[in-house]
Design a protein around this ligand. Structure first.
Ligand SMILES: Nc1ncnc2c1ncn2[C@@H]1O[C@H](COP(=O)(O)OP(=O)(O)O)[C@@H](O)[C@H]1O
Ligand SMILES: [Mg+2]
Length: 247
């Protein structure tokens, strides 16, 4: 289980996250919902432990081990991944060599083909291509995602997977979420679009760095639609956590 306990994050006197408690239990699929600027990506960066993203107070635990002071590299080795909005870095290798770490990652052909299909690249067309300028930024991003999925990380944070240089379709994102679940991983989808959350079981709704509500995704989405879509004070803190019936 991945857990944030009483996590706050303050930058130059600005409280970006305010005493958050979140739990991610293996076997479930999660969404972190909220309007732009709510603090969603910051939660992802703190979980991953990116540079300059350390809780000002509170702690992060993975299977009851305190990882608050662990590096990105250590967290990655422990099975936490943030789907980087970044294309494959290495040039001059074929996609096949890149994905199998030069043959060091023992992966059967079926898994390789499966993962390529999940990220929307025809393995017959792409596995023997070289990673170079002939691939688009979007294709490289998909190759990077395939390389992450092949390592079967335990917790995969997908930050706004429908945005950036390569617009992924909702279907593709849902397939990727299911794939992560199928090998026993826990997907955590960060999004401001409720339709992105439909393939998850539980959701946290974030507003102004606080948890507005959490619970089964369908109920949280209703609150999001009823309250956030017509909110006249976006990201001005609420004073108490809402009940799921919106009170
Ligand atoms: N390093 C930083 N310095 C100052 N403000 C920041 C920093 N990182 C994030 N913020 C602010 O914190 C808020 C939440 O940001 P972010 O987590 O990116 O929101 P979201 O992903 O929900 O759109 C925003 O108002 C953003 O401008
Ligand atoms: Mg964001």
């Amino acid at each position: 289980m991945l857990e944030l306990k009483n996590v706050s994050y303050i930058v130059s006197d600005k409280k970006i996250l305010d005493n958050l408690n979140l739990k991610f239990i293996p076997g479930k699929k999660y969404a972190i919902l909220g309007t732009n600027g709510a603090g969603k990506s910051t939660i992802g960066y703190l979980i991953m432990g990116l540079e300059d993203y350390k809780p000002t107070s509170g702690k992060i635990f993975l299977n009851n081990i305190d990882i608050t002071d662990k590096s990105v590299y250590e967290r990655a080795k422990m099975g936490i991944t943030l789907m980087w909005q970044e294309p494959a870095r290495y040039e001059g290798l074929t996609v096949y060599v890149y994905l199998t770490l030069g043959g060091r990652l023992s992966v059967d052909k079926k898994s390789l083909f499966d993962v390529m299909e999940k990220v929307g690249l025809d393995p017959n067309l792409y596995l023997n291509r070289f990673i170079d300028k002939s691939l688009s930024g979007g294709e490289r991003k998909r190759i990077e995602l395939a390389s992450i999925l092949l390592l079967k990380p335990k917790f995969v944070i997908l930050d706004e997977p429908d945005s950036g240089i390569d617009i992924m379709s909702l279907d593709m994102i849902n397939n990727i979420i299911d794939y992560i679940s199928s090998y026993g991983g826990t997907p955590i989808v960060i999004t401001h679009r409720e339709e992105m959350a439909f393939n998850t079981d539980e959701a946290y709704l974030i507003c102004a760095g606080k948890i507005l509500t959490h619970g089964p995704t369908d109920k949280v989405v209703k609150v999001f639609k009823n309250i956030c879509n017509s909110c006249d004070h976006p990201n001005i803190p609420v004073t108490k956590e809402l009940k799921l019936d919106g009170r």
